[in-house]
Design a protein around this ligand. Structure first.
Ligand SMILES: Clc1ccc(Cc2nnn[n-]2)cc1
Ligand SMILES: [Zn+2]
Length: 267
């Protein structure tokens, strides 16, 4: 069964607009962050971005066929301040990566790619009654983007996710694992970031995301990234060769910023 969309030459980002017209919109993500175009904005400094994630909010990890996704209980989570006018709740987090370490992030900075990019997806629970409703609104979602660069040491918190990957190698597999995660270790120390109005980076590419991309990367080891790449984009029942169907890349290349404003908080 051929996939509606994906990351191969046949169904990759350049083909998405054929079936998902929003993908051709003027408010698409990711973008290349041209640091010379970023404007400072005191209102971002006055209302510091703030988050709260209880360590026990993660309850399930699933292979979506496009990567791994950790589903979270949002009730006791909160993201506010910075570019956000309301309080957003954490819905899920996931990651994008490439076949080699010199690609993999979705956003780029002055043309530079990082090896991977972590996305924490939140929804505006003050204004909307569900994630689904929020995903159809221009201020419905808030995604935190965290660049990941290769480092020598394993990231200990990521290791808790890595250890579950062997249980979800095939598309559709999930592990109902309530696991304790210190989100502080999945976010950079610095709260400096860029922010702009964009979209989901996969179909249907809804233009509903207020993006916050942190300037400081976190580290991931080469071994850990290889484990991500061992995930398969096909189900266990799809008889394929062992090396086939590996999810070696799941990132969308940058789209034009166009006439959107790119703001920054911090040097
Ligand atoms: Cl619900 C949903 C759909 C697609 C994505 C993919 C994505 N969009 N922005 N970052 N990742 C995330 C959540
Ligand atoms: Zn994402």
């Amino acid at each position: 069964m051929s996939l509606d969309w994906g990351y191969t030459d046949d169904n990759g980002p350049s083909t998405w607009a054929e079936k998902y017209p929003l993908a051709a919109g003027a408010r698409q993500s990711p973008v290349d962050i041209d640091t010379s175009k970023a404007t400072s904005d005191n209102s971002l400094v006055d209302r510091e971005i703030d988050w709260s994630y209880p360590s026990n909010c993660s309850y399930r990890i699933v292979n979506t066929g496009y990567g791994w996704r950790v589903d979270t209980y949002g009730d006791d989570t909160a993201l506010s301040g910075g570019p956000l006018s309301e309080v957003y709740k954490l819905e899920q987090f996931h990651c994008h990566w490439g076949a080699t370490n010199d690609e993999g992030s979705e956003h780029t900075v002055d043309g530079k790619s990082y090896a991977a990019e972590l996305h924490l997806v939140h929804w505006n629970s003050e204004k909307y009654s569900s994630f689904k409703e929020a995903a159809s609104q221009p201020d419905g979602l808030a995604v935190l983007g965290v660049f990941m660069e290769i480092g020598n040491a394993d990231n200990a918190e990521l290791e808790k996710i890595i250890s579950l990957i062997p249980k979800i190698i095939h598309k559709g597999q999930d592990s109902q694992a309530s696991f304790d995660l210190d989100f502080g270790s999945l976010l950079p120390e610095s709260k400096h970031y860029w922010t702009y109005l964009g979209s989901l980076t996969t179909p249907p590419c809804n233009e509903c995301v207020i993006w916050t991309v942190f300037k400081e990367p976190i580290t991931i080891s080469e071994r850990q990234l290889e484990v991500f790449r061992s995930l398969k984009s096909v189900g266990e029942e799809d008889a394929i060769e062992p090396e086939e169907g590996k999810l070696v890349k799941n990132y969308r290349p940058p789209l034009p910023l166009g006439n959107r404003v790119l703001r920054e908080c911090g040097p």
